[in-house]
Every structure is written in structure tokens, then in C-alpha cells.
Design a binder for this molecule. Sequence first.
Ligand SMILES: Cc1ncc(COP(=O)(O)O)c(C=O)c1O
Length: 474
Amino acid sequence: MTSVTKNDKYTKTRAPIVEALKKAYENPTYQFHIPGHTKGSGALPEFKQLIGRKALAVDTTDEFDNLGTLHPATGPIKEAQELAAKAFGAKKTFFLLNGSTAGNLALAMGLTKKGQKILTNRNCHRSILTGMIISGAEPLWLVPERFEDWGIWGNVSPERVEEMLKMHGDISMVWITNPTYEGVVSDIKSISAICKRYNVPLIVDEAHACLWNFNDHLPTSALKLGADAVVHSLHKTGGSMSQSSMLHIAENSMIDVDAVEKALKLLHTTSPSLMLLASLDAARANLESPRGRKQLQRAISNAKYLRSEIDKLEHIHQLKPDFGYKTDVTKVFIKADGLSGKRLESILEIDFNIEVESASDAGLLLLSNIGNKRSDMQYLVECLKKIDTANYSDICYLENKKHMPMLTPIIKMSLRDAYYSPKETIPKSQAIGRISAEVIAECPPGIAVLLPGELITEDHLPYLTDYEFIEVIK
Ligand SMILES: Cc1ncc(COP(=O)(O)O)c(C=O)c1O
């Protein structure tokens, strides 16, 4: 019997861009084209040392060295997109630079028009709103349940989607974020069935859920539940490099794929980074491989371990799927008695050298990643145990800043009209009663506190503690 070498294992899950880039690296040319650092020779030595000589040697853009092109997709890039479509169960996949933001912008620009009504959840990412500023479409809000104790939004109810579709006969698209940043899952299967009954396309922003197709213990991806298009931030949890994402078109999608592709071409850089594209190709190949599946299984069992240990603590609690909704097990939202989430975050950071995903007054979010080892989790658990039994509450402070916008906007003008109207910048204290001219959305979670065209009220002020001035309509 012949033994399986490391190389055989690698070629089983093909990664065409990675392979082409490797070939280019091994067969260097005399380079008289961009990027000007010319395989790193023109780079600052300290930078080159920091990121590694090879990283700069493979930093190139499409068209050169038989690497193919992104728009239109050709060569290894086309092949890699096709392999990704197969892996995620899509009809077509586009690789995205500028994150899922680029996907949301292209969907809005390609599929919506001025004045069209888009039904979307209030806690959508700002990129969806930016897309509507570009196209001139207007949001109609689905206001999810609020989990006040946790300071977060809950899931979108299918009944509310149906009510809104019934009430407004002119809704041209439904656009749902699933899961929420904290991992709360909506019933996309029912929402999709409703959209089909009303003959409107369903887009699902699955920025935080690119792993779902690779393990049965995670919720089901909207691509399998009848959505027409889905965006995935592979860079968030899938293992690709920052900024790289994917946009998938579902098998039986009713949307105009050419229109989305054209918009993407206009929105994308004309010098795509091959390194970012290769990292998408590599992340997909890894997730499909036995090694990647093991990593994901480990992330899930680490999350379960963390959750079971948190259950044993007296003063630290976790958000659990125990009142009528599901969650993604790998996203662990916790809060501590007598400590704000921000305070808990700083204790973890300063006293224990732990960096968390995000924190608010209410709590903080921990991600169990495919790259985390069991020993990382054990260390985290030990630290949480120490915090649970120590008396940190005497130095507890509240930031008195709200992070998660949980307001229902009062819209006075369309997003686009407001964005392009004459504006002025005024002190925040004078802004109440005025109409906002800007998107204010802090990242994370990138959910808008204020939209262009929204009436500014006193309720906004706790979210705006970092702002002295606000841009308003003149
Ligand atoms: C729900 C949601 N959609 C889209 C995005 C944009 O993703 P990216 O950072 O990949 O552009 C984010 C980013 O946080 C998000 O939370």
C-alpha cells in the first residue's frame, strides 16, 4: 500500500489560485509592472522583515503571471470561484475584496432602484444602507425582538415579514441579517417560504456564518433554505485574510445575476490583491479538507466546553438559546453581575492579556474560532473563574454609552436625498429635532445609530457620547 504524503493530501482539495501563485513565486520574472515594490525590493526593510519576504514576493495583482482576472473571472480565479460555489452549495460565487460590504453594495446597486422599498431588519449592517444611498431604494423596517437585559437585538419573526409584505404591496426585496452579530438565528426557512409566496427575492446577509455549511452542528445556511443570494465574510470566521469575502447566488435564485456582477465590477478595485484572493481560495480548500473539518469540530467542542464551564460560574452568565430562538454555538455572549461588559473586557485585557471580539455596557462577545486550541479555552475558563470569585465590583464603572442601537428610526427623507442634500455641522446639543445627514454606525457592530434622513431625538444621545458635532440637513 502506498502511503499518503503531505502533498497528496494537499492536492485532494485543490486551491487553483494558491497553486498559480506558488508557481509564479517559483518562476520569478523580471518585473516592470505594478506593484512598484517589485516583489519587496522597494519596500521598507522593517516592514519586509515584519510580514516576511515571501508575503511581498507574492503580492501582485491580476493579469500577471497567468494568475487570471477577477472581472471577468478567468483562469485560476474563475476556477477557484467555481470550487467555492460547489463547496457552499451555490450556483455562482463571486470573490469579494472590501469585505461583505462590497457584496451588499453590489446587491443594492445591481438589484434595487430609486424609490423601491426594501424590507430589512433595523439592525442591518451599514453597508446595506450605504447600498440604498447609492441606488436610491428605501428601507422599510422589520424591528426584531429586543433582548433588553443583554442589550442586543433578537431574531426577525417570519410573521412580521408576512405582515409587512401584506401591508405594503410594493416591497421589491427582503433583506435579512442572519445570524445577528451575537449569533441569534432567525427562521430563514419560513421567511424564505413567505418571500416565495409573495414572489419577492430574499437576500440574507450571513456575514457571520460562513462556517455553517461545513458542520451539521451549526445552523443551516440560507443557501439551502431558499434565499436568492447570500454574503459571507470569510475573513471573519472562515480563515481567509482580512477584507476578503464571498457573495453566493443560490441555485434557484430569481435575481438578475448579470446586474449584480456588473455592479461588482464597478465597485471593485481594478487592482485586486492576489494574496487576498488566494486566501479565499485557501480558506475554502481548508474548510472542505479533513483538516479544516477537524478545526471546525474543535471550535464547536471548544465552545461547548466554554459554555459548560460558564454554566458552573456564579456571577458570569451566557446568552443561551432558551427562549424560542436558536444561536450559533461558536458565538458566546456573556455578562457578569456588577460589571459592565466594557469593564469585564478591560479586566480580561489588562489582567489576563485576553482580547475579546467586542464589548458593550451589557456584556461581551467571545468567538470560538477554527484557529483556537483547547488550551486557549482552558486559559480563558481559568481567567473567568478567577474573575467570578474575585471582588472586581468595587471598581466597576459604566461608560454610560450605548453601543447597540436599539431605536426604531423616524425617517423624514429618503436616504439618498438626505445624503446628497446641503448639510451643516452643528454641536450635538443643538441637533435634537434636526434631520441627520450622515450614517453614524460604530464598528463593531456597524449597525446605524443615525441614518441620513432620520429625525434626531433625545433617545439618540446615549449612543453619541463620542460625538461633539453632528452633520444635519440645512
Ligand atoms: C451583518 C454584517 N454584514 C456585513 C458586514 C460587512 O462585512 P465586512 O467587514 O466583511 O465588509 C458586517 C461587518 O461587521 C456585518 O456585521
